[in-house]
Design a protein around this ligand. Structure first.
Ligand SMILES: [Zn+2]
Length: 279
């Protein structure tokens, strides 16, 4: 039996500083009606523009996911994947994410602040069954890295991460069934990680305008800048990215996702393919 759709009970609120803009950013996640799906709204200088969550509104970018207004690409929202992952993981079908900058706050690089704000607001069941894409046969993407989606009754993610010869992340594999409990425990608190030399270069060249480096996880050949929150935090973060990127379909997916050294680029190709096949 398919569950009913859910939305937020109250408005969820959080704030942070923009990594790329240095702006102080306010985020409000509002309840939304049945069949609306997740969506964004950019609020700047007293005006607001809807930024619908759709595979057609994705802009290509490295190491993050960006959505833009199809009529004007300057109206964009960067780093949408962590809030989308939190909405998916916590079972929220319909919500409007209102943000006052062209990026979502990265905060500590995980979805923990989003998860806490959404949990604080609570959720309510709505009077309509969930709309899902049911994967009926195996699909693959093979583009430097491999991403497979197989038929499965639920949403399961398996990810294999290989940074051997690069840094302390090394080779890791983990698997999880996506449920709100597992999201709260494993996927949501998993921080992104950056090579220390890369992070320093991005700060020096002004790409990163503001980021509390004590909050994010930096890695080099043999160490991390802080202790991991739990074993395999690295792999669970890749799963958070998968969850957020797959929610660009605007609906939940029933299937088993297997990522082998894959990242945002393969996620985007896969979700476009899935939407093309299943509409
Ligand atoms: Zn991420």
């Amino acid at each position: 039996m398919v569950d009913n759709q859910r939305t937020l009970k109250e408005v969820a609120r959080l704030s942070g500083i923009g990594t790329f803009t240095g702006h102080k950013i306010s985020v409000e996640i509002h309840p939304a009606p049945v069949d609306r799906g997740p969506s964004f709204e950019l609020n700047q200088e007293g005006k607001s523009w809807p930024i619908p969550v759709s595979v057609t509104n994705i802009i290509e970018a490295d190491n993050r996911t960006v959505l833009a207004d199809p009529e004007n690409e300057d109206r964009q929202v960067n780093i949408v994947e962590h809030v989308l992952g939190a909405l998916y993981g916590l079972g929220i079908d319909n919500a409007i994410v209102k943000v006052t900058s062209t990026e979502m706050p990265l905060i500590d690089g995980s979805a923990l602040s989003y998860l806490q704000a959404i949990d604080k607001a609570g959720s309510v069941e709505q009077d309509a069954p969930r709309r899902e894409i049911v994967i009926e046969r195996p699909i693959f993407i093979d583009d430097d890295a491999v991403l497979l989606v197989l038929p499965f009754d639920g949403l399961r993610i398996t990810h294999y991460l290989d940074h051997s010869n690069r840094d302390v992340v090394g080779k890791r594999v983990a698997q999880i069934d996506v449920t709100p409990e597992n999201f709260r425990k494993r996927i949501g608190p998993a921080r992104t990680f950056m090579r220390r030399d890369n992070a320093e270069k991005l700060v020096a060249t002004g790409v990163i305008k503001h980021q509390d480096m004590n909050q994010v996880l930096l890695v080099n050949e043999n160490s991390t800048s802080q202790p991991l929150r739990y074993a395999d935090e690295f792999v669970y973060h890749k799963m958070l990215d998968i969850l957020g990127d797959f929610y660009l379909a605007g609906r939940r997916i029933r299937g088993h996702v297997v990522g082998i050294r894959s990242g945002h680029r393969q996620n985007r190709q896969m979700i476009r393919k899935i939407v093309e096949m299943y509409g």
